[in-house]
Design a protein around this ligand. Structure first.
Ligand SMILES: Nc1ncnc2c1ncn2[C@@H]1O[C@H](COP(=O)(O)OP(=O)(O)OP(=O)(O)O)[C@@H](O)[C@H]1O
Ligand SMILES: [Mg+2]
Length: 262
């Protein structure tokens, strides 16, 4: 069902709060799309490089990364296609390094459109998933400027509605300046514990506020952390598990929505 998705969608997995499952979502959706025979590129835009390391990718001293792709100095810049590496899971990654941290303060003139331009010149992928850092800094703005859709990752806790509002405002700013087509089209609750009253309440509020965008929940399961520790997608660690089922369903829903918009 996923395989008939039309080419060339860029999805930014974003939320300025830390630890809400952005990287886990990026890795596991990439895997599900790849299993459905789609060509997938993950762009790691976080200086923590958790998507990169979480997929068992190492960047040696000589290797260029997203830091060089977005470099402030034109002479130091490297095309996106030259930094892409193959993962062992049927999809590719443009890796991150700690050096990215210096760019969140400023990318220089035109810098926020740099990733969008590079992606235009790197065709051939059905889906590009951008793993954003936990801040609304330059790198997240760069991702929003390059994206068709935002997947907002929400973990039940304090202030998640406020966080959604702030992300929504950043998306509006980018719509007005850099990229008219971007919008929050998918909202996902991660680390969901259905026995917990707070989690249920958050789910009801998010569903009420985002009825069309709501993707459902990824259940809180220790298997997810175990898979991360093994540097493999949860579907390979726990093929029939709850989180695997959840990510598969979410990937199918996103594919359906994208198809419906063509
Ligand atoms: N469904 C889940 N069940 C259990 N643990 C989970 C689940 N999803 C994510 N986690 C765990 O939560 C932690 C944070 O997840 P993740 O790194 O994906 O968040 P993040 O939003 O990318 O964080 P950051 O903002 O720091 O980049 C990780 O330890 C991960 O293993
Ligand atoms: Mg992350």
């Amino acid at each position: 069902m996923l395989a008939c998705m039309t080419a060339g969608r860029t999805l930014a997995v974003a939320m300025q709060k830390g630890g809400v499952g952005k990287t886990t979502t990026t890795i596991n959706l990439a895997y599900e799309f790849a299993c459905a025979a789609l060509s997938v590129l993950v762009v790691d835009l976080d200086q923590q490089a958790h998507a990169t390391s979480g997929l068992g990718i190492t960047v040696s001293g000589d290797d260029a990364s997203m830091y060089e792709v977005l470099h402030v100095e034109r002479s130091e810049r490297v095309p996106l296609r030259e930094v892409i590496k193959k993962t062992a899971f049927g999809f590719d990654i443009a890796p991150a390094t700690l050096a990215l941290r210096s760019l969140d303060a400023g990318l220089g003139p035109g810098g926020q459109a740099r990733l969008a331009r590079q992606l235009e010149q790197t065709d051939g992928y059905d889906v590009v998933l951008i793993d954003c850092p936990p801040a609304l800094g330059e790198l997240t703005i760069t991702a929003l400027a390059a994206a068709d859709d935002v997947i907002a990752a929400v973990t039940p806790g304090d202030f998640e509605l406020d966080a959604m509002r702030k992300l929504g405002n950043a998306v509006l700013d980018v719509q007005e300046s850099l990229n008219q087509r971007v919008d929050i089209r998918h909202v996902l609750i991660t680390r969901y514990d259905g026995r917990n009253m707070l989690d249920k309440n958050v789910r009801e509020r998010i569903r009420a506020d985002w009825p069309d965008e709501y993707l459902g929940e990824i259940r809180l399961r220790v298997r997810v952390g175990e898979a991360i520790a093994r540097q493999i997608p949860v579907a390979m660690h726990d093929p029939a598990g709850d989180a695997t089922t959840d990510y598969r369903r979410v990937a199918a829903t996103i594919a359906e929505r994208i198809r419906a918009r063509v």
